[in-house]
Design a protein around this ligand. Structure first.
Ligand code: NOJ
Length: 762
């Protein structure tokens, strides 16, 4: 139904009483927004209010366990009766329009549905996984990538994405690290805010923008043992200094919604945590959007052992501030009686409904419930030729050159014979990553295709070993091949006759993401065996890694001369990788998450505390913080990433040795490109606060700059710090800076050794 027709029908309805309760057309200024939604609320029955707080999954795809009573017939009936406020996993204009028509035309008040979807790294056109995007440290590219995802989603009838995930995580066993920005709250805050801005644009009512959702509030990235859905347990210092900052930054960037999380935190399931949702989010931060539960998480209060039954689960969740129930059905069945019996004040229901109606208003759905469901626009946007360049740009910027000994890379274009080997080299599906529910299977450019298109020649390719057995899917376990070695001899023969071998190994796209925790972070299946067999006959190996998390690739790091971290880069994978391998794009990415040497070191992160015994005391004494069988250091540090250029830092100078409370400190450093090749360096600034009312991390990222330098060029770059940049959640339980001694470190990774000292005196 077009806007004009809807307006006409509404007007008609108010005349003839047919839809006597249809909402009036909303006026446009802000006060009238609130007046409009309040007036609408005043006409709603309790059941209709609760209906707005109920979100159902669609009828086809699922992204979680199917609940009891999840049958289609019941859902249609509830749609007609105003018992549904939102749906997820309805992903095209035809279906969103059809369901919207039911609700608008057949329910008593005709309040439009809100359609949500996990648009995590693209809708049809797939961007790199978010962890890879974070490796670009390129906020503009990240914003553009989110903007493209929003355009495609909005044009497909979707109003709202469940992204960005801003969970900080220090545990690569947790498969969902692929969905976040890594381990650092400073980088994570900037990336999260950029993604919110990309999805939402400046105007939510623009039919090519969608509402964002910060998730998972809070602590999900700290699941014990890296096992998904597991318990988290950490104190206020970690909560305020590490976990919350990206959420706060996302709220400040205007995120319309927040999703709570599955985990228990300090004994309380986050979905029922008043301190998190009411005191911090809606209270201290003044968040005025709404909170959606995670899938079924209100119902999960029962198996958590926090609620005795459905009634108590619904009660706990609403008292804590969860406004919308995703797919557990608890609000729908329990809230009306909870309100009638006085166990839940109706004012809390009203508050939740106003928040939800507010977003519907901001999206322009009361003006035209069908504004996003335009089949013509859908066709145009999904075929827009510029979309491929956007994701290719993001893909090249996400690649991290981990190692390049003997300058094996970039590959020469003159007559070099290349043997392409590995199960992921010919794969057009895995590079799409984990959250690509709506992109077409096998729609990525493989490395084989990318290299062939690049050189104009067919590249000799051998799979070596299959990575998986059987079908793969988002909802099912992926079975890894551990028996079929039959292709190794032909792969070795190809390696023997090639000048250079490009080996593409790593994780299948469905080996990371939700429900994909691992205890072994080596190359899965028989890939290590393949790697060693190939290396035994040809040492000129370029290892291209495709993976959704840091891996423990110690053998490769020690032996293989060149390693390229290519993550799961999305639709344009093979093209972006070919550009980097041939040097037409000089890699500039830096790791947003530490690569450990072994699972036993986890959690391993650069901004750890010092401990009281940080250093080897000598004389073979054991009394210091270490392992007997492994050193404490990372395999590849946070912030690490090489380039075909050779960057050097020198002349670190501070504008003052003493920073005052109102002043600023300028940190100047000379960056030189000592090679003949132009390239981009991500210069990083770290701070150490030597003493505090709480023990402080050995380093914290406080700034970075992406700097392009021609070969042979050099430039002075400047960072600025103020007292506010040194603030943290102190033992006074306040966000404040404390006077004392600090050091800055500037360089190309978290291991930067150029150092200068200053003090803060406020
Ligand atoms: C569960 C996941 O934890 C969440 O991130 C996602 O948005 C929902 N399922 C919906 O699919």
């Amino acid at each position: 139904m077009k806007a004009s027709l809807f307006i006409f029908l509404s007007a008609l309805a108010s005349l003839n009483g047919l839809f006597a309760q249809q909402p009036a057309q909303p006026p446009t200024d802000d006060n009238s927004r609130n007046a409009f939604i309040r007036e609408l609320l005043s006409r709603m029955t309790l059941e209709e209010k609760v209906g707005q707080m109920n979100q159902y999954n669609g009828f086809w795809d699922v992204t979680g366990p199917v609940p009891e009573n999840g049958d289609a017939e019941r859902k249609y009936e509830d749609l007609r009766n105003g018992r549904v406020g939102s749906m997820l996993n309805i992903t095209n204009t035809a279906d969103t329009r059809r369901l919207q028509e039911i609700v608008v035309n057949e329910s008593r008040l005709g309040i439009p549905l809100l359609f949500g979807q996990d648009v995590i790294h693209g809708l049809k056109t797939t961007s790199p996984i978010p962890l890879a995007e974070a490796a670009s440290w390129d906020l503009e590219a990240i914003r553009n990538s989110a903007r493209l995802a929003a355009r495609e989603a909005a044009a497909s009838g979707i109003h709202w994405t469940f992204a960005p995930m801003v969970d900080i995580s220090r545990d690569p066993r947790w498969g969902r690290v692929m969905e976040g920005a890594g381990e650092d709250p400073y980088l994570g805050s900037l990336v999260g805010a950029a993604r919110v801005r990309g999805f939402q644009g400046d105007d939510l009512s623009d039919p090519l923008t969608i509402a964002a959702c910060l998730k998972h509030f809070a602590g999900y990235g700290f699941a014990e043992g890296g096992r998904d859905y597991n318990t988290a347990d950490f104190g206020l210092s970690t909560l305020y200094n590490v976990v919350l900052p990206p959420f706060k930054a996302g709220v400040e960037a205007g995120a319309a919604t927040v999703m709570n999380s599955f985990n228990v935190l300090n004994g309380i399931p986050a979905t029922a945590d008043r301190f998190l949702q009411r005191d911090i989010l809606k209270g201290a931060w003044g968040f005025d959007g709404f909170v959606v539960s995670d899938w079924g998480s209100i119902g999960e209060l029962i198996p958590h052992g926090y609620a005795a039954d459905r009634n108590e689960a619904a009660q706990q969740a609403i008292l804590a501030g969860s406004d919308m129930d995703m797919e557990s059905g608890m609000y729908l069945s329990e809230l009306p009686s909870l309100v009638r019996s006085g166990k839940v004040p109706e004012a809390l229901v009203d508050e939740a409904v106003l928040r939800i109606l507010g977003l519907k208003y901001d999206l322009g759905l009361f003006e035209d419930p069908f504004r996003y469901s335009d089949a013509e626009r859908e066709k145009q946007v999904l075929a827009d030729p510029s979309r491929l360049e956007t994701v290719r740009d993001m893909a090249r910027k996400s690649i991290v050159l981990l190692k390049n000994e003997g300058n094996l890379l970039p590959l020469s274009k003159d007559g070099l014979s290349i043997g392409l080997i590995g199960p992921l080299a010919g794969d057009t599906d895995s590079p799409l990553g984990s959250w690509r529910l709506t992109s077409d299977p096998n729609s990525a450019v493989s490395v084989a295709q990318g290299l062939a298109a690049y050189t104009g020649n067919r590249v000799a390719y051998e799979q070596g070993v299959p990575l998986v057995e059987g079908e793969t899917a988002f909802v099912f376990e992926t079975k890894i091949n551990t028996t079929d070695r039959s292709g190794i001899p032909t792969a070795v023969a190809l390696a023997r006759e090639s000048d250079v071998v490009v080996l593409v190994l790593g994780e299948h796209g469905f080996q990371s993401g939700e429900g994909r925790s691992r205890t072994d972070l080596g190359l899965p299946g028989l890939q290590q065996e393949l790697l060693e067999a190939v290396y035994a006959v040809n040492r000129n190996v370029v290892l291209v890694l495709m993976n959704g998390r840091p891996l423990t690739i110690n053998w490769a790091a020690e032996n293989v001369p060149a390693i390229v971290e290519a993550w799961h880069l999305g639709t344009e994978s093979g093209n972006a990788i070919a550009e980097v391998l041939y040097g037409d794009y000089n890699p500039s990415g830096k790791l947003p998450m530490t690569f450990p040497k072994s699972v036993g070191q986890i959690p391993l992160y650069y901004s750890h505390l010092s401990t009281g015994r940080p250093e080897y005391p000598g004389d073979n004494l054991v009394f210091w913080s270490h392992y007997m069988d492994q050193d404490n250091g990372p395999l590849f540090a946070f912030g690490h990433g090489l380039s075909y250029s050779d960057f050097a830092y020198s002349d670190l100078r501070l504008s003052t040795p003493e920073l005052s409370g109102t002043g600023s400190l300028e940190i100047r450093v000379r960056l030189e490109n000592k090679s003949t090749v132009g390239g981009t360096e991500i210069a990083q600034l770290y701070v150490r606060d030597h003493f505090g009312s709480r023990a402080r991390p050995v380093r914290e990222l406080k700034g970075f700059q992406k700097v392009y330098l021609e070969g042979g060029a050099s430039r002075e770059i400047t960072f600025t710090l103020t007292a506010e940049d040194l603030a943290y959640y102190t033992a006074n339980n306040r966000w404040e800076a404390e006077d004392g001694q600090f050091s800055v470190f500037v360089g190309g990774s978290s291991q930067a050794d150029l150092k200068a000292d200053f003090s803060l005196k406020q």
